[in-house]
Ligand binder design. Sequence first.
Ligand code: ACO
Length: 329
Amino acid sequence: MAQQVRARIIGTGSFTPPKRMTNADFEKIVDTSDEWIITRTGIRERRIADNGTQSSDMAVEATRRALEMAECSDEEIEAIIVGTVTPDYRLPSTACVLQEKMGFPNAVAFDTVAACTGFINSLSIGRSFIESGVYKKVLVIGVEKLSSITNYKDRNTCVLFGDAAGAAILGPSENGRGVVSTFMKSDGKLREWLWMPTGGAVNPYTPDFTFDGSDKIYMNGSEVFKVAVRQMCDAALRVIKGAGLQPSDVSVVVPHQANIRIIEALAKRLGVGMDKVVLNIDKYGNTSAASVPLALDEANREGRLKPNDNVLMVAFGGGLIWGAALVRW
Ligand code: ACO
């Protein structure tokens, strides 16, 4: 099937804050163990931003690195799309805060709210801008300061999350290389399986609000787990088919790093060996929207992504929402 490929990832960058929080640190604050966390999730440690470091600050660092790799100036960028559920402010967007911090005089900046699928969705939108001829260069970011919405009294969730940023510059395609196919889907009926009940317009903070965990992430982990495996597999197969490929044609898989068992189940269902899967969950845990671009950037800088490799990105998150992208690198 002939593919019209117009948008290519011409640079990647990422940032993780230096402070590490290990499984041993969690043994001191909740009823858990290093052994449980490693065997049930694959996580050994995660990075935590300090109080003075916000999502926009981490996005700035990741963006600098991506611009440098792409040899692109901030004037060339025409759109900035930031996937995040941990914006600096409810208003304005973190993309606009980033713009204020870095320049980008010729760009429109806005956020997408798609939890762990935030980067894939932003990438899909950016790709469409380029394919339709609206813009030539787009900055796409996934960033989270999940520590700001994590309930450190809830062992079901607190051991999972970390802070990070990842960025990619989308530019014109070259020799058929670029984003070949993308897919996005959601099911709002399942929104209460992964959500934060308090803090929005429905349940705003009141002067007598006392901490009950409702303004932090709540997750029905075991139910989310099952949907995640099924829908990530479906999304992956759709973009593989959309690119006119078979699962055996996939060179590298860059999955959302939520749980090693989800990733292994996905690889098994796709019939793709784990040697093709990029893994960094042990070092960073689940960084939501930052997860895929962080793993992508690490794989890119390690030289794991070769020209014309079929790179599959796939993610799943609160919404519930999921998506995938197939990129001919
Ligand atoms: N330490 C020790 N025990 C624990 C811990 C912990 N940190 N957390 C849960 N447990 C216990 C539970 O209380 C439960 O005990 P019980 O049987 O006595 O009730 C037992 O372990 C099993 O609990 P489950 O929730 O069934 O454990 P599961 O094997 O499903 O693992 C996990 C939980 C890791 C959360 C898993 O379900 C998961 O990864 N879910 C999907 C996460 C995901 O993909 N999220 C989407 C992206 S996140 C986003 O969008 C921001």
